[in-house]
Write a new protein. Sequence first.
Length: 420
Amino acid sequence: MKIFDIDLWSEIWITITRNKMRSLLTGFGVFWGIFMLVVMLGSGVALETGISKNVEGFATNTAFFFTERTGKPFKGFRKGRSWDMHNSDIEVIRKTAEGVRYVSPILFGGRAEGNVVYNDRAGAYNVRGVYPDYAKVEQQRYIFGRFVNDVDVLHKRKVCVIGTRVYEEFFRKGEDPIGQQIRVKGIYFQIVGVVDGVSGIQIGGRSSETVAVPFSTFQQAYNQGDRVHFLGITAKDGVNIEQVEQEVKAILRAQNKIAPDDEQATGSFNVSRMFNMFSALFLGVRTLVWFVGVGTLLAGIVGVSNIMVVTVRERTREIGVRRALGAKPSKIVTQILTESLLLTSLAGLLGLSVGVGLLSVVDTLLSANANPDMFFLHPHIEFGSAVTASVILLLSGVMAGIIPTWRALKIKAIDAIREE
């Protein structure tokens, strides 16, 4: 039996056109099912892309530490005591914590109106003291110059690295600011670099709106003594950051006379845990999208199956006559399955095309109004997902014709001819 039999396709076309409204309504169910599947898949990809873009460039095996009030009395100190991390804590962590790769203490200088000045221009920007290793924790995109280096920290140089927003406020586009002097909280610093943080994660404010100075210079220039406000730790490759997190907390408690089991006193933020949470969220979104989308599509397929059952019932006499005249069962089966597949494919491929087109339009509009804070970027359906949806569509079209085909094969020629 040839699939491209002219007579076969003529019969199929006559059947479909004979029931235009019924075919249209049934086809719309399939169209809507595949359209919703494509739109939801595209939206899920856009959400995943947006969130991933905002956290990319940040070392995933990193944990940050900060101080809290103690939760237990210890060695004569009362409960609720305030405490600070110190430079000596950093040295002990470097020497004794085997799983630690980078140690990046941070100092925050706050943000106030006019705290950063260049010539006759002033602005309110974040100020922080950092070590060179901070650029390995939060990747930086270099526009001009370099980042803070070890020599800057060792000699307490009065140099700074400014963010792109600071640069745009103080300098003309394309102007080289390296070597220029700016006043930060009343003290002059020489610009050695312009950077922009790759990640959207904010540690003490956006890197684009920050002036970073050497950690040691910050301590001396702003009378911070040997205090450390915040501490970033990156684990070595293959080392569990949660294990390192607990090890560093134990060191901090021991160094600052805090009860070994006082979890309240040492606060921390595990970036790896956040990334794992996002991965679980993405998996859940993808699973939900496929579940809802395929369910909607199958609802349309059920409609196709029902209309084919009705069509077979209406054509019982016709099928009986054809069987009596010698039509082979394979020809009856081929016609019914082809009708089901054709109706499903046409409606489904139309829904797929419209869905992809809508995602493309939305992507164009979003790209034209790009915003760094957006968590919904580049909605599209991946090629593999489109292929999977198409395969599901075609298989569903065949499945929709199975019950009507089985019913048609049960029709006996003599009984069909007698039926009125």
